[in-house]
Every structure is written in C-alpha cells, then in structure tokens.
Design a protein around this ligand. Structure first.
Ligand code: NAD
Length: 330
C-alpha cells in the first residue's frame, strides 16, 4: 500500500524529511503546505506534489495517511488541532512549541483520540545512543555534563525569544531529551541565562546567548547542561553529553562515543543515519499499527518540553523549580 504523505513547512528541515521520504518505496509525497502558494509550489514541483497555502484546504482535498509538521516553534497549534480533528497521524519536529501550555493541550487531545504521533528527537535513533543507554542501564549514574555550544542560526525566528523560545528550548532540547532517554527523568532545574554579545552584534536578537542549567534526576543523579550561540562562523562548536559512573566515563557526541574504563578507552564512531531510522519507525507504525519502534512520541516529548520550559522560567525568576508530571500525562 502506498502511503500518501503531506508536508507542512517549506524550509530546511522539511526538505531533509522530503528527501528521505522520496527514497522510500511505496511512499508518495502527496501535498506540500507553505506560508505562500509560491513557496509551496517551488517545493511541490521538486517532489511531484500538490501545493497548498491553507491547512484546512489541504486536509479536505487530499486523503493523507500522515503529515510531517516542520514549522518553527511559534507556528504550532492550529496545524496539530486540524490533524487531530481529522484523525490524521503526524510526525512533528522538535520543539513542540515555545511554551508548555499549548503542548499540554495538544497532548491531551492526542491522548483522547489515541492518534499515532512521532517527534523529531532523532538522537534517540543513533546506534551510539542505543549503546550508551544499554551500557548505562543497571549502573548508578553519578553525574552528567552536557552542552550545545555553537553559533547563532541565521533565520529571524530563531533569534526572537517569542519565535524560538531561546536556545535551550529550541536546540539544546536534543541534549535534554538524550539525557532523559539514557539516564532517567529530570525532577528539578535551576538555570542562569544571559545575553552577552549577540544582541549588540545583530539586529533583532532577543534570545539569551549563554546559559547554564543544573538538573537533578529522579534517580538522584545530578547534571549540568550549558549552551551558547555566540561563537563566530569558522570556530568549531561542540554538542555532547558525558556521563560519570563508578565504572568510568561515557563521553558521547553526535559523531562518536568514547568509553573510558580502568583498562583504557574505546571509541565507537556512530554509523547509522538516525533521521532515516526515525522516519522508518514512523512509517512502520503507519503501515502496521505497531508503535514499538517509535522512541519519541508526543506524550514522551512533552516531558522534555516541560524541562526546557522550566529552565526558562527558572532563569527568569531565579528560583529552583521542581518538575511534576505534566498534569495531563498518563
Ligand atoms: N531534528 C533536527 O535535527 C532538526 C534540525 C533542524 C530543524 N529542526 C526543527 O524543524 C523546525 C523547522 O526548522 P527549519 O530549519 O526547517 O526552519 P526554516 O526557517 O528553514 O523553515 C521553516 C518553514 O516553516 C514555514 N512556516 C512557518 N509557519 C508556518 C505555518 N504556520 N504553516 C506552514 N508553514 C509555516 C516557513 O515559511 C518555513 O518554510 C524547527 O522546529 C526546528 O527546530 C529539527
């Protein structure tokens, strides 16, 4: 059976997903929705799809098996509710939004309908992330240290606090999600953010450009995740997560996992494309109803969103915040 897929968004990442989907047998990119007919049409021509500029029209005119939602954080809401109302499964890129209130309402509706969803926390699908999770399971994790340090993306919405939610919500969320995946739930956060340079160097920057967040896990482990987006072009940044146990150090970055034990260090390069694996898991669930390969769905991603939004609130208030189960979650 051919799956007919719609894509919402015509930017960088909708094309990454479209390129992957185009290579998969029995998948047809049927419809593309953009903020203008011209943008949608340009992309639709490339993928042999029909273009739309209005979500209701697209969903009423096409019989879509699923939709990929690849819009900036501030643009969520209407799209998800339109999909839920019509019972159309969706894959949505992280983060779920700029705040927690809207994702909580969407999650409640998803839960009520039992709709199939997946969220683009692709690092969970890395072979090395699996290895990290497997090797740490059963150990007592003492401490973790993570980071996402780089330059500032060029798109205007990213630099605007109302548009992206800031770096920790928009980007560093991947590291928070990986920490949750391999080490367990976060129950406390305390954050400090500052705007040091980027608002002086560029117009329209309202996001902080440095931040450090202390976290406590349910199992008692402590962690710190820091991020900056002030590095200049040409200076290599770093994203990673390092975990310390009484057996050694597990030092992960997107390219490799280095494990230091008493008998020396072993390094394993990551050798799979996690974006391909996450899409295959979603398509498998669409075809068979078996959701077991999906490593991040809307319910789970809400917990990562709760942590990153609490960090922002803590940075603003100066308070240490305790994270309860998001109220609507099962
Ligand atoms: N998982 C990952 O590794 C990864 C990597 C990059 C981006 N992303 C995520 O993907 C999302 C999109 O990022 P991007 O880099 O493609 O951004 P982008 O700015 O390149 O593209 C965003 C697109 O969304 C469109 N858009 C905005 N509001 C819309 C609406 N209401 N309806 C339809 N289209 C709308 C814009 O016109 C634009 O085409 C972000 O949430 C980002 O965090 C994830």
């Amino acid at each position: 059976m051919t799956l007919h897929i719609g894509i919402i968004g015509t930017g960088w990442f909708s094309k990454v997903h479209a390129d992957l989907l185009q290579q998969i047998k029995d998948v047809k990119i049927q419809a593309i929705l953009g903020t203008s007919k011209e943008k949608a049409q340009t992309m639709a021509v490339k993928y042999g799809a029909v273009s739309y500029e209005d979500v209701t029209t697209m969903l009423e005119q096409e019989h879509l098996d699923a939709v990929y939602v690849c819009v900036p954080p501030m643009a969520h809401g209407e799209i998800e509710f339109a999909l839920i109302e019509r019972g159309i499964p969706f894959f949505v890129e992280k983060p779920l939004s700029v705040d927690l209130d809207l994702p909580m309402r969407i999650e409640a509706a998803v839960r009520e309908t039992g709709l199939l969803t997946a969220v683009g926390y692709h690092l969970r699908y890395q072979k090395n992330a699996e290895k990290l999770k497997r090797e740490l399971s059963g150990q007592t994790i003492g401490m973790a240290s993570g980071c996402w340090n780089g330059g500032m993306p060029g798109v205007a919405w990213w630099r605007d606090q109302e548009g992206s939610g800031g770096q920790f919500i928009e980007q560093t969320t991947h590291i928070v999600d990986l920490l949750r995946y391999v080490a367990g739930e976060v129950v406390e956060v305390q954050a400090m953010y500052a705007g040091r340079s980027m608002h002086k160097l560029h117009e329209g920057v309202t996001v902080p450009d440095v931040g450090t967040v202390n976290l406590k896990l349910q199992n008692g482990a402590v962690a710190n995740i820091m991020n900056t987006c002030l590095l200049p072009d040409g200076v290599a940044g770093r994203a990673g997560l390092t975990l310390y146990t009484s057996e050694g150090i597990w030092d992960w970055n997107p390219e490799q996992l280095a494990v230091s034990l008493t008998d020396g260090q072993r390094t394993t390069a990551n050798d799979n494309n996690p974006y391909k694996s996450e899409t295959e898991a979603f398509l498998h669930a669409l075809r068979t109803g078996d959701r077991s390969l999906i490593r991040s769905d809307y319910h789970d991603a809400l917990r990562t969103q709760a942590v990153t939004v609490a960090a922002l609130q803590s940075a603003r208030s100066g308070e240490r915040l305790f994270i309860s189960e998001p109220a609507n979650q099962t």
